[in-house]
Design a protein around this ligand. Structure first.
Ligand SMILES: C=C(O[C@@H]1C=C(C(=O)O)C=C[C@H]1O)C(=O)O
Length: 420
């Protein structure tokens, strides 16, 4: 844990219901946006009341413990009690324990939320010694117009197209040799953000283009993910597992044929089976009532079809959403099977640090409830404006390098188009 604060800050958190908020994106910072929305609902954050950093293999477990201390020490005035109200932290965790990028939990100074016809503002104050109540109450900030339009091309980074195809070939050879069953290999694209560029433009494009996905912005990690790693809400747990992908068809008939081809593809069903099994194995110690359908369904996104399975259950051990992401990450949808062998091969074949790509991104509340997605279809924007986008594909025995390369190209589309 890199957060070395000797004491736990005392947060004073006050939520107030407010009138209709039409749009959240105009409210957030143009260069350091904090956001979590789906179908226009969710939370926006402004400023930083508290930033906790974690690293190493124990980064998620450390975050669980530290968050409990922070929540226990906080005074929360919250007349609403619904998800996202009161004290929350936005979070993004690195995929790997040896990543150079820290994992973070960020408590904003101001949180603005909308959900199921309810609108609220939460103000977070770090109390000074002796202080018991801050002077002022939460109030709605004014939105600001988006900055000028810009277009950025994202080009191959450390992983060039040919080296990606080679890596897939090597991975298939390992699988055929019996070293492992599945590995997810990613590649990267890079670009640079112009001085003064307003990231809310990219976020608006993602949110409008992919309304059914989680559009997120946390510590420079920006994207729109279709995959719910885990959601905890008053004792219930749910997840949406995705693995298995095919392109959309050119017209309605071809599109339908593509969905049928995906739903009957032995290769994709195999990939999917590994992913569902890894989620069930991770969640079953925490829930005795997990339900998932026998066969996956096809999920239609603007850029592709996925095989999907929803998992749901009642929590039997009071786990928080952070406890569960510690158990779940990394799933076979983004690492492979068996996990240790897949991680070793990723380290060997991917010529870059994944950073927070394919790690958990989301939010946690004071009671531990929260929503976490797998950070996919995303890019990390560094403080100096450097942009790195990532996309990967699950490799199994039947995988073909060119096919997997084209699959990553489809998965890059949301982020490439939002910047481009
Ligand atoms: C690895 C990614 O996606 C994951 C891999 C998938 C697959 O291999 O079919 C599908 C959805 C995701 O679980 C990515 O988008 O980068």
């Amino acid at each position: 844990m890199t957060d070395s604060a000797p004491h736990t800050p005392r947060l004073y958190v006050e939520t107030l219901p407010v009138g209709d908020i039409r749009l959240l994106i105009p409210l957030i910072d143009s260069r350091d946006p904090l956001l979590w929305i789906r179908k226009g609902q969710g939370m926006a954050g402004i400023g930083t009341a508290l930033r906790l950093e974690f690293s190493g293999e124990s980064r998620i477990v450390d975050a669980c413990a530290r968050w409990r201390e922070v929540a226990d020490a906080a005074t929360v005035v919250n007349p609403l009690g619904s998800p996202g109200t009161g004290l929350i932290a936005f979070g993004a965790f690195a995929f790997a324990g040896d990543s150079a990028l820290p994992s973070v939990l960020i408590v904003p100074r101001l949180i603005i939320g909308k959900r199921d016809g309810q609108f609220w503002v939460t103000k977070v104050t770090v109390l000074q010694p002796g202080e018991t109540v801050p002077g002022d109450h939460p109030s709605l900030p004014a939105g600001r117009q988006l900055g000028e339009e810009y277009r950025i091309s994202l080009l191959p980074g450390a992983s060039k197209p040919d080296s990606y195809r080679d890596a897939v070939e090597k991975a298939v050879a390992h699988i055929l040799a019996g070293d492992l069953e599945k590995v997810v290999l990613a590649r990267d694209l890079v670009g640079h953000l112009p001085e003064g560029a307003d990231l809310r433009r990219v976020i608006t494009d993602l949110a409008l283009g992919y309304p059914d996905c989680w559009t997120f912005a946390v510590d420079g990690l920006i994207g729109s993910s279709p995959e719910t790693l885990v959601r905890v809400d008053h004792g219930t747990v749910s997840a949406r597992v995705l693995a298995g992908t095919i392109s959309r068809g050119r017209d309605a008939e071809a599109d339908h044929d593509q969905a049928v081809a995906l739903a009957t593809s032995a290769k994709d069903l195999d990939e999917h089976r590994f992913a569902v099994a890894s989620v069930l194995t991770a969640l079953s110690p925490h829930s005795r009532t997990l339900i998932t359908s026998e066969i996956p369904f096809t999920l239609k996104l603007p850029n592709l079809w996925h095989l999907a399975s929803d998992v749901e259950g009642a929590l039997s051990d009071g786990s928080t959403s952070l406890d569960l992401i510690a158990s779940l990450h990394p799933t076979a949808a983004v690492a492979g099977t068996p996990t240790p062998d897949a991680l070793r091969l990723i380290g060997e074949l991917e010529p870059f640090d994944r950073g927070r790509y394919a790690g958990p991104v989301g939010w946690v509340g004071a009671d531990g409830d929260g929503e976490w997605a797998v950070a996919l279809r995303c890019a990390q924007v560094a403080g100096n404006g450097d942009i790195t986008a990532y996309a990967g594909a699950g490799i199994v025995a039947e995988s073909q390098p060119e096919h997997e390369f084209l699959e990553t190209r489809m998965k890059f589309r949301p982020i490439v188009e939002a910047f481009g």
